[in-house]
Ligand binder design. Sequence first.
Ligand code: MG
Ligand code: MG
Length: 278
Amino acid sequence: MRKLHRSIYKSPAQLKLMLEPNRITALALAEAKKAAVAGTSLLELDAIAEQTIRDMGAEPNFMLEPGYRHTICANVNDVVVHGVPTDYVLQPGDIISIDCGAIYKGWNGDSAVTVVVPDPDRPELQQQREALSYHTEQSMWHGIASLARTQYLNQVGADIEKYIVENSKYSIVQEYIGHGIGRSMHEDPPVYNYAVARKGPEVKPGLVVAIEPIIAAGRNDTTVDASDGWTVRMADGQDSCQWEHSVAVHKDGIWVLTAADGGAAGLKPFGITPTPIA
Ligand code: MG
Ligand code: MG
């Protein structure tokens, strides 16, 4: 019989192959993050991420998406996702989410970080945006901690939602969700950022998912820019923010593939210690 669907669970050998593309993705993001200061253009950030990935012998995987020509998505202020890098120069007070991925030996990495550019003249704005980034990142860590403990995947979204509802007045963008990752950047299963009725697939060794909540400061409706057909903005013009990690479940525990420490610092408050993939 022909097998129609690839299993969502990777073999131990395949999990090992996912370490390098994700490590390279994390390095590219670290470099882009360092450069995300007032006066840097989005195209400069894109070039820095691309160079870092190519220097490691890998390739930017966003470029493999039909019609997309860049290494990163640069999502500034009200831009939600798919922000195309332009010559826009970062301003004090901007909140920018940088999404990036690399492919190495046929396996994919995917991660996103957020930076708030310091604004000494507008401390309130800076503080508001830092709070949005903090809670978005924390919601992601709640989702990752959930993955470490739950038997079924959709509990992750329920725990992300619970954190946001209990700790903020923000809303969760519904149209863009996390995903399995492996030979393709986006594969099954879907990873919701909110509670859904179905319990989802079993969480067991071999599952690798990108957990990537997108949180809106205001209402969660979005709209696509007519000018480029890519850039997605908040309909109400308020800020949005995203954090993302790719995480592997393996026989000894979980490992955050796109965190330099495997997620140790982020998971510490939950009493969870990530285990390297041996
Ligand atoms: Mg991503
Ligand atoms: Mg992703």
